[in-house]
Write a protein that binds this ligand. Structure first.
Ligand SMILES: Nc1ncnc2c1ncn2[C@@H]1O[C@H](COP(=O)(O)OP(=O)(O)OP(=O)(O)O)[C@@H](O)[C@H]1O
Length: 324
């Protein structure tokens, strides 16, 4: 459940490193209980934007407010923010519980508060069973969960996570997703920078796309997807035994305007073609196209990303125009 008044309000924010501007004209709102995914290519400015929101850097222009306060100048505003950096920032030789106690001290908690905060963070992140083990001996997936737990000592209302599942296996990824869902159910606002579209689709209510320091698209996931052309499903087609040139020609003859993605072709069919996979397969084979496999899937955030970055394949109307 998200509340009406945004917890995070960023208006017209700009940031430069020395004289190089890396963020410009950033507007962003985030409400309690809401999860926003920050997406964009390497170097787009995701981490820099999170540093601004965390109050670790001050904007050159514009403003950042957390519950009405400037996080850069007001320590109490910073206390409302949990920061989970991309790199593991823990003491390898200390146990998990000892690490969390250090972070609890840094957060300014008294002894009794520290014990409760550590216990709660261990429970919420599902790592109580490794509380007594040195962090350096844990798997990468557990270390990432400890990294998240360390950000929760002051019971933040906002948690910023920079690529929280980078480099972990599928099981650890699922465990981290469960942690983030619990945090969100507990009413925290989450801002997650990620390159993982499936992760963003699973966790986020909204997504913001950064490109060269600007938010070039932002909105609720359903709105972002609905905005993308007519919502016709995307086809992924694998062809057998054809070089790229003849394969493209064959697909064009069959009414597609295909894009080569390496192993497969991505294509949207011309209007009026069958929409179920079996009928598509039969029609393509009738047209002499050697289809090994065809998958039809609803558009996802990866399609929005390609659209935002100008990596789009031609729209269906062009596919129709290109058809013989
Ligand atoms: N401390 C710094 N000093 C100078 N330039 C920096 C600094 N940190 C980042 N940059 C530059 O600012 C730009 C934005 O970087 P940032 O790390 O915010 O991008 P990002 O979207 O998080 O990238 P990635 O996906 O690779 O993590 C990049 O061009 C980067 O090289």
């Amino acid at each position: 459940m998200s509340s009406a008044v945004p917890l995070v309000v960023v208006r017209g924010a700009a940031l430069s490193y020395r004289d190089r501007r890396v963020l410009d004209g950033i507007d962003l709102d985030l409400r309690a209980g809401e999860t926003l995914a920050l997406l964009g290519p390497n170097g787009a400015g995701k981490t820099s934007l999170m540093r601004l929101v965390a109050g670790r850097l001050a904007p050159d222009a514009g403003s950042v407010r957390i519950a009405g306060h400037d996080p850069h100048t007001m320590p109490e505003a910073r206390r409302a923010i949990g920061w989970v950096p991309q790199d593991i920032a823990l003491y390898a030789r200390l146990t998990v519980a000892e690490n969390l106690d250090v972070f609890a001290r840094l957060a300014g908690l008294r002894r009794a508060e520290r014990r409760a905060a550590v216990t709660d963070a261990l429970d919420l992140t599902g790592i109580a069973e490794v509380a007594g083990r040195p962090v350096g001996l844990l798997s990468g997936g557990y270390q990432r969960r400890v990294n998240i737990a360390a950000s929760l000592m002051a019971r933040p209302r906002l948690v910023l996570l920079d690529e929280p599942t980078q480099g972990v296996d599928l099981q650890a990824r699922a465990a981290i997703h469960a942690v983030l869902e619990r945090l969100r159910r507990a009413g925290a606002a989450l801002l997650i920078a990620t390159h993982d579209f499936a992760e963003a689709e699973r966790l986020a209510d909204r997504a913001a796309f950064l490109k060269s320091g600007h938010i070039v698209r932002e909105g609720a996931l359903s709105d972002l997807l609905a905005r993308l052309r007519d919502g016709a499903p995307e086809h992924e087609i694998a062809l057998s035994g054809l070089a790229a040139g003849p394969a493209e020609a064959a697909l064009r003859r069959a009414g597609f305007t295909p894009v080569d993605t390496g192993l497969t072709w991505r294509a949207r069919p011309a209007a009026g073609r069958p929409t179920d996979a079996a009928a598509q397969l039969a029609a393509l084979r009738d047209a002499g196209v050697p289809v090994a496999e065809i998958r039809i899937r609803a558009l996802g955030l990866d399609a929005v990303y390609r659209d935002v970055l100008g990596l789009r394949e031609p729209a269906p109307s062009q596919a129709l125009a290109d058809a013989p």
